[in-house]
Design a protein around this ligand. Structure first.
Ligand code: SMO
Length: 724
C-alpha cells in the first residue's frame, strides 16, 4: 500500500502568483493537539456537581406503552426520571423544507403512548453519577404491548409517504420509442451509519443565566436556535460550543431528540448535566445514511448517445425526520443526468417512513446515488454496444461551451471541463496499457476489471460570516461562523487570511465553533466550509487590508462581513478502479485507484488529498463492506462493530490522486467542495470494475455491499443461469 501524491499544476491556479499561502501544502496545525490527547471534545468537560443522563430505549419496533413503573425512593443518587408525559409539550424538531409538503410525524422527543422504532428513547434518567443513572435505567419497568410492526408506521402518517416530487422535460416517450437500445439499472444503496470516533456527547451547564452547551455538532448556530426554540428560551440564553468534534460525516448536522432532551433536563433542573452515548446507542439511534433505492432506464442511439432518461429515486426514511432528511433524495434527483448532455428527462423522487432509526445526510448525501446511477447506465450501454467505457462517456459529456447548464430540477452545473478530466485520467493511469494487462491476466485465468466513476457535485451555497481583526501587535484574529470536525479548518482558514494580510499564518488566531465568540453561521456540511466560510474570511481580510491602506497607522482594524455566494459551485471528478475478484471465494481485491478532480481554487493541497482519501475509504466501505441491517420486523441486527464492517487501514488500496483546477465564479475564493468527493466517485468506479471483472462469468448485476458472499452467490447464480 502507498499513497502517491501528485503535485498540483501550480500554473493553473491564478491565485498563486501573488498570494503565497493560498495553495501551499502546509502541515495541519491541529494535529499536535488532536494526536496527543490535547483536543477539547464535548465529553472532556465535567462541570462541578454535574448530573449524568442515561436514556432508556425501546426494545420493540412497535408497541403501545401501557405503564412505566419505577421507584427511586431508595436511590439517593437518582435525581429524576422523565417519560413522554413530562416532555409531551416539547416542539418537534424542524425539517428543512427543501421539498414542498413534507409530512412531519408527530413523534415525541420521548416516546409518548407508543414506540415507533427499536432504540427510540422512552425515558430519561438523571443521576449524580453515570453508574447510578445506568442502574436506575435498568430498574425501570415498562409494560409494552407489542403491536404489528408491519402495520402503518404511525397513525399520523397513514400512507407512510413523507414527500414526493417529479420533473419532466422533452419527449421522453418519443426518445424511448426511437431508441436503438434501452438499458435499465437498479441500485439499492445499503443503509449506512456514520462512525465518528467520538460517540454523541453533550454537556449542558449553566453559566450565569446562559445555558452553555458543549456539543459534538457540525452546525453550532443552528443547534443553538433549535435548543432555544424547543425550550422557549431566547437565543441569547443559549451558547453552543463545539471546539473539537471527533468526526461527523453528516450525522452531526441535525439535532437528535436526545440532544434537545439533555438541554431540556438541564433547563428543568437548573443543573449542569452530561450525556455520553455508548457506541451501541449510536447504531440504534444516531441518524443513518443512504438506503436509497435508485432505478433508471435510459435510451441510447446505436453510437452510444444517451437520448432520454427515466429515473426513480426512492428514499427510505426512519420513524422521525431530522432537519436535512429530504436532502439526500433531493440531491440524488436534481443532479441527474450528471455530467451528461441529456434533455429528455423524467425524474421522480419519493421518500417513505419506516420503523427504523432516522435517515439523514451522510457524506455525499445523494451525490453518490446520482453518480452510481448514471455510471452504471453508461457501462451497461457501453458493454451492449461494444463501445469502450471511456468513449461512451466522451460521447455524452456536456462540453465546456454548454456550461453553466440550467436543468429542469433547478440544478446549474457551472464550470469545468469534463472531457479533459477523463482524458487526463486515461493518460495518467495509462489506461490503454491497463486494458492490455487485463487481457493478459484474463487469458491466464484471472478475473480482473476496470471501472470508471465520473461525478459532478453541487457544493457550497448560501452564506457564512466572518470577523477579521488586526491589532497593533500584528496578530490577527479571524472568527468564523463555520465550524470544524477534523478537516483542518484552522489550517486552511489561517492560510486564506495570511495570504491577504501578508502575515505568517501562525500569527492568525482562528476562532470557531462557539456561538458566543463567533458571528452567526450555518456550519460545516454540504462541502461548503472552504468555499463559503473561506470566501467570507477572504472578503473580511480584504476589507481589513483596504482599511490599512486608507487609514495607515491606526491601532486596530476590524471587518465584519456576511458573505453570500452568488450561486452554487459544482465540482467534478473521475475515479478509475482496478480490481481482481477471486472466483472461488468471491473476495474483491481493489488493487489500485486513480483519482482526478477539480476543486477549483485549492487552499491547501495536502488537506484536499486527505479529504479525498478519507472519502474514498468511506466509499469503499459503502460499495464493499458496510450495511445496517434490520430484520423484517424492525429489529436491528447490526448493533455493534462485530456485525457492521468498517473499512480499516489494511482494506485501503494504493491510491493516486491528481487535480485540475477551474476556479468557480460562484464564490469569491473560487473554491469548490471536496470533502465528500471520495464517497461519490469511488463506489461507482469500484462497482463498475467488479462487474467488468465478472462480465465473462455472466454476472450483470451486484447488490451492495459487494461482500465476498454476495459476489460468490452472483457468480453461482450466473453459472446456474448459463446451465454450467
Ligand atoms: S453529508 Mo454533509 O455533512 O452535508
Amino acid at each position: 500500500m502507498g499513497f502517491n501524491i501528485a503535485p498540483l499544476p501550480q500554473d493553473s491556479d491564478p491565485a498563486r502568483v501573488d498570494h503565497p499561502w493560498i495553495g501551499a501544502a502546509r502541515r495541519r496545525v491541529e494535529d499536535d493537539r488532536l494526536t496527543t490527547g490535547a483536543g477539547s471534545f464535548s465529553s472532556d468537560t465535567s462541570p462541578a456537581d454535574c448530573l449524568h443522563i442515561v436514556f432508556v430505549r425501546s426494545p420493540f419496533p412497535a408497541a403501545r406503552i401501557l405503564d412505566i413503573e419505577y421507584d427511586i425512593a431508595d436511590a439517593p443518587d437518582v435525581v429524576a426520571v422523565y417519560t413522554g408525559n413530562d416532555t409531551a409539550g416539547l416542539e418537534v424538531l424542524p425539517v428543512n423544507p427543501i421539498v414542498e409538503n413534507i409530512q412531519v410525524p408527530a413523534c415525541g422527543l420521548l416516546a409518548h403512548g407508543q414506540v415507533s422504532s427499536v432504540g427510540q428513547p422512552v425515558a430519561l434518567v438523571v443521576a449524580r453519577t453515570a453508574n447510578a443513572a445506568q442502574d436506575a435505567a435498568e430498574g425501570i419497568f415498562i409494560d409494552y404491548e407489542e403491536t404489528d410492526p408491519t402495520d402503518d408506521l404511525s397513525p399520523d402518517c397513514p400512507d407512510n409517504l413523507a414527500f414526493e416530487k417529479s420533473w419532466t422535460d422533452g419527449d421522453v416517450a418519443g426518445a424511448f420509442a426511437d431508441a436503438h437500445l434501452t438499458v435499465k439499472v437498479r441500485n439499492a444503496h445499503p443503509r449506512l451509519t456514520a462512525m465518528p470516533l467520538e460517540p454523541r456527547a453533550m454537556v449542558a451547564e449553566w453559566q450565569d443565566d446562559v445555558l452553555c452547551v458543549r456539543l459534538a455538532t457540525q452546525t453550532p448556530h443552528r443547534a443553538r436556535t433549535d435548543i432555544a426554540t424547543s425550550l422557549g428560551l431566547e437565543e441569547t440564553q443559549v451558547r453552543v460550543i463545539a471546539t473539537d468534534v471527533g468526526g461527523a460525516f453528516g450525522a452531526r448536522a441535525s439535532l437528535h431528540p436526545e440532544e434537545i432532551l439533555v438541554a431540556w433536563a438541564a433547563n428543568k433542573l437548573r443543573k449542569s448535566v452530561k450525556w455520553v452515548a455508548e457506541r451501541s446507542e449510536e447504531f440504534l439511534s444516531q441518524c443513518h445514511g443512504r438506503g436509497t433505492i435508485c432505478e433508471a432506464e435510459a435510451a441510447f442511439t446505436s453510437d452510444g448517445r444517451m437520448t432520454a432518461l427515466q429515473a426513480n429515486i426512492n428514499g427510505l426514511l426512519g420513524h422521525w425526520l431530522p432537519y436535512s432528511a429530504a436532502v439526500p433524495s433531493w440531491n440524488a434527483a436534481r443532479i441527474l443526468p450528471g455530467p451528461y448532455d441529456v434533455d429528455d428527462l423524467d425524474i421522480r423522487m419519493s421518500a417513505h417512513f419506516s420503523r427504523t432509526s432516522a435517515v439523514n445526510i451522510y457524506r455525499g448525501a445523494g451525490r453518490p446515488e446520482a453518480a452510481l446511477l448514471m455510471e452504471r447506465l453508461m457501462d451497461r450501454a457501453a458493454r451492449q454496444l461494444s463501445i469502450d467505457p471511456v468513449a461512451i462517456r466522451q460521447r455524452n459529456f456536456l462540453s465546456t461551451d454548454q456550461l453553466p447548464k440550467s436543468r429542469i430540477t433547478g440544478a446549474r452545473p457551472d464550470s469545468g471541463d469534463y472531457a479533459a478530466a477523463l482524458n487526463k485520467l486515461v493518460e495518467i493511469s495509462d489506461y490503454e496499457e491497463l486494458r492490455r494487462r487485463q487481457e493478459t491476466r484474463i487469458t491466464a485465468g484471472e478475473h480482473v476489471g476496470l471501472g470508471f466513476g465520473f461525478y459532478i457535485e453541487p457544493c457550497g451555497q448560501g452564506w457564512e460570516s466572518a470577523r477579521v481583526s488586526l491589532g497593533a501587535s500584528g496578530k490577527v484574529t479571524a472568527a468564523t461562523g463555520s465550524s470544524a470536525q477534523g478537516q483542518g479548518r484552522e489550517t486552511a482558514y489561517q492560510q486564506i487570511v495570511a495570504d491577504v494580510l501578508n502575515v505568517d499564518p501562525d500569527d492568525v488566531l482562528i476562532v470557531h465553533g462557539d456561538t458566543a465568540q463567533t458571528p452567526p453561521g450555518i456550519g460545516a456540511l454540504a462541502s461548503r466550509s472552504t468555499a463559503i466560510g473561506g470566501s467570507a474570511l477572504l472578503q473580511a481580510a480584504r476589507e481589513v487590508a483596504q482599511q490599512q491602506k486608507d487609514n495607515p497607522g491606526r491601532q486596530d482594524y476590524v471587518a465584519d462581513v456576511v458573505y453570500e455566494a452568488k450561486a452554487e459551485a459544482w465540482s467534478y471528478g473521475c475515479c478509475l478502479a482496478l480490481v481482481a475478484v477471486d472466483e472461488d471465494t468471491g473476495v474483491v481485491d481493489v488493487e489500485k485507484i486513480w483519482w482526478l478532480d477539480d476543486a477549483g481554487t485549492v487552499v491547501n493541497p495536502m488537506l484536499v488529498k486527505g479529504q479525498i482519501m478519507g472519502g474514498i475509504a468511506q466509499g469503499l466501505g459503502e460499495v464493499l463492506m458496510e450495511k445496517i441491517v434490520y430484520d423484517e420486523n424492525g429489529q436491528l441486527l447490526t448493533g455493534s462493530l462485530m456485525d457492521y464492517a468498517l473499512p480499516r487501514a489494511d482494506d485501503m488500496p494504493d491510491i493516486e490522486i491528481h487535480q485540475q483546477s477551474t476556479p468557480t465564479q460562484a464564490n469569491l475564493l473560487g473554491a469548490k467542495g471536496v470533502g465528500e468527493a471520495g464517497t461519490i466517485g469511488a463506489p461507482a468506479a469500484v462497482l463498475n470494475a467488479v462487474l467488468d471483472a465478472l462480465a465473462p462469468l455472466g454476472v450483470e448485476h451486484l447488490d451492495m455491499p459487494a461482500t465476498s458472499e454476495t459476489v460468490w452467490q452472483a457468480i453461482r447464480s450466473a453459472r446456474e443461469g448459463n446451465g454450467q
